[in-house]
Structure formats: C-alpha cells, structure tokens
Design a protein around this ligand. Structure first.
Ligand code: AMP
Length: 114
C-alpha cells in the first residue's frame, strides 16, 4: 500500500531503527517508546488489522509471535519477561492500520492496561 507508513518502513523507503529483518517480517523500535524496550514487529504483507485476518494469515501471525520471542532474546529481556500486544480498531486504540505486534519490556509493566 503506497500510503501506508509501515509498508514504507518494511520496504526501506522510510527511515526507522530496524533491528530485525526476515523474508516475512521486520522489527523496528517504536518512535514513541512506552517501555525501555518497545519494538514493533510487522509482516511485510499489508494486512490492515487483526479483524481482517483469516485462515490464510495463520502462518503470518504465528511468524510475528515467534519473531517477537527471538527479538526479546536478542534484546536481553526474555528472562525477566515482556508483553506482546496487538491493538485492533478504534476501541483497541489502533493508530496505524498495518498489523503490528508491540513487544514491550525492560521494566515491570502494570495490569490492567488503560
Ligand atoms: P497502534 O496504536 O497499535 O497502532 O501503534 C502504533 C505505534 O506506531 C505507536 O506506538 C507509534 O508510536 C508507532 N509509530 C508510528 N509511526 C512510527 C514510525 N515512523 N516509526 C516507529 N514507530 C512509529
């Protein structure tokens, strides 16, 4: 999608702090971090939101979660724990409509979220 900022980041057409790349996914640091480690993991394929995903996207979604696990190890936060979040739609406070998995860690997180 030509007007999607995360498509642009995935394609290397927009500057970002990329820390992980594979054929299927890209991981980069959130521009407005909510924790010492705050990484976004996106599929290279443009899917706007979790609500749009179907059986065809099973591998894509599993890949995002396993990629987040590997990035957490790379970032040194795996032992203490971390949080993985998909925001979906308006009430989920989704701002960017290209599926992305938030990886948050490096401090004690609270629950419930706001
Ligand atoms: P969400 O509310 O789940 O859609 O989250 C979107 C996230 O993208 C927010 O945490 C933003 O800080 C982050 N973000 C927006 N633009 C950029 C960008 N150019 N580079 C890195 N992170 C971004």
């Amino acid at each position: 999608m030509s007007d999607c900022i995360f498509c642009k980041i995935g394609a290397g057409d927009m500057e970002s702090d990329i820390i992980w790349e594979s054929d299927s996914a890209v991981g980069f640091r959130d521009i407005n971090p909510q924790a010492p480690t705050h990484i976004l993991i996106i599929p290279r394929e443009h899917v706007p939101m979790i609500a749009d995903a179907n059986e065809e996207h099973q591998e894509l979604l599993g890949d995002l979660i396993l990629t987040a696990k590997k990035i957490a190890e790379q970032e040194g936060i795996a032992e203490n724990g971390y949080r993985l979040v998909f925001n979906n739609g308006d009430h989920g406070r989704q701002d960017v409509y290209h599926i992305h998995l938030h990886l948050l860690g490096g401090r004690q997180l609270t629950w419930p979220p706001g």
